[in-house]
Design a protein around this ligand. Structure first.
Ligand code: FES
Ligand SMILES: [Fe+2]
Length: 339
């Protein structure tokens, strides 16, 4: 077994304590590259996507000359929102929903509506708070840490392994959302191993050969590969990127999973489905239905695990060197971030 990987699991209290979640927000989510949108969602000037990333309000918007800008979705007057969460389009300026301050698409305060004379008030001091923003193959990432290393460095292992996969050829088709009553780490850890497939996912287990399931760690990316059983269209390459992104690649599409913590004890999964343009509608619907069944199965088991973590019986366990190297690496990184 790899000596670098800790065999013992994180203590149960780290999965429910509010102060641990606050530390994770600051030390993990505010310092990592986070996927928040796809370029095709913000094709024309003024189109935006707003979301909450671990409680941090974020907005990405298409500005002049095609440039994408990212900001905290927080007005500099009294913290109103510039947009409700979701996708939309503004007419040339972002207008605060509270008192109507108007911002240019590059974040400058254009006008403070009916503000009145105020000595020493310089609009130039009240631009939106900008975030680092970079794209990888059409996917838009932000980073709240202005000193963060470039996105390309973080995603280098993913980029190298997916060069042959025509990600740009897939079209954004649908978003679904799942609320799960568990800590975000409970869900991520479940994602990071295929050990549970024969017990939890009967359909998936009939479609892929779980005995040949492989987990390959190329930090900060964890790859899974499961060969399809004969005649099954399922099977593919699943990649997970620190701290909360799943990129599930199949022959006819890609499913992006965003595993957002909502609180210490709740997680929201945002699924973005992309398919090959020529896919038959029936095949697409079948693929989506199969994936939603797998997610419901994962939701049930994760919620049970969370109840048991909270019950005060279990403290720590052991990780399998054969199946759980991804979980082990993830837990080591969480521990390091909390220190
Ligand atoms: S909070 Fe935005 S205009 Fe007042
Ligand atoms: Fe699962």
């Amino acid at each position: 077994m790899n000596q670098m990987l800790a065999p013992e699991t994180l203590p149960a209290r780290l999965y429910s304590a509010p102060e641990v979640y606050e530390a994770e927000r600051r030390n993990i989510f505010a310092k990592s590259w986070l996927l928040v949108a796809h370029e095709s969602q913000i094709r024309v000037q003024g189109e935006y996507v707003a979301t909450a990333a671990a409680g941090y309000p974020i907005i990405v918007v298409r500005g002049e000359n095609g440039k994408i800008h990212a900001f905290h979705n927080v007005c500099r007057h009294r913290a109103g929102p510039l947009a409700d969460d979701g996708h939309g389009k503004c007419e040339g300026q972002l207008v605060c929903r509270y008192h109507g301050w108007r911002y240019a698409l590059d974040g400058r305060l254009a006008s403070a509506r009916d503000f009145g004379p105020a000595a020493g008030f310089d609009p130039r001091d009240f631009s939106l708070l900008p975030l680092k923003c970079e794209s990888w193959r059409g996917f838009v990432f932000i980073n709240m840490d202005k000193d963060a290393a470039p996105l390309s460095k973080t995603l280098a292992p993913l980029d190298a392994k997916t060069k042959q996969i025509p990600l740009e050829g897939f079209v954004y088709t649908r978003q679904t959302t799942h609320d799960i009553a568990c800590n975000w780490k409970t869900y991520v850890e479940n994602y990071l191993e295929g050990y549970h497939i024969p017990l939890v996912h009967p359909f998936l287990n009939s479609a892929v050969d779980a005995t040949k399931y492989e987990v390959d760690l190329s930090a900060p990316i964890v790859f899974h590969h499961a060969p399809p059983r004969d005649g099954s269209p399922v099977g593919g390459l699943w990649a997970w990127a620190w701290p909360c992104l799943g990129v599930n690649m199949y022959s006819d599409g890609v499913l992006i999973e965003l595993m957002w913590p909502l609180s210490a004890t709740h997680t929201r999964l945002d699924y973005l489905y992309f398919f090959h343009e020529g896919i038959e509608r029936a095949v697409m619907e079948r693929n989506i239905a199969a994936s939603e069944i797998t997610t419901d199965e994962d939701k049930r088991i994760c919620e049970s695990v969370q109840r048991n973590l909270d019950a005060g019986i279990y403290s720590t366990g052991r990780l399998s060197p054969k199946h759980e190297i991804g979980v082990s690496w993830f837990q080591k990184e969480v521990k390091r971030a909390l220190e």
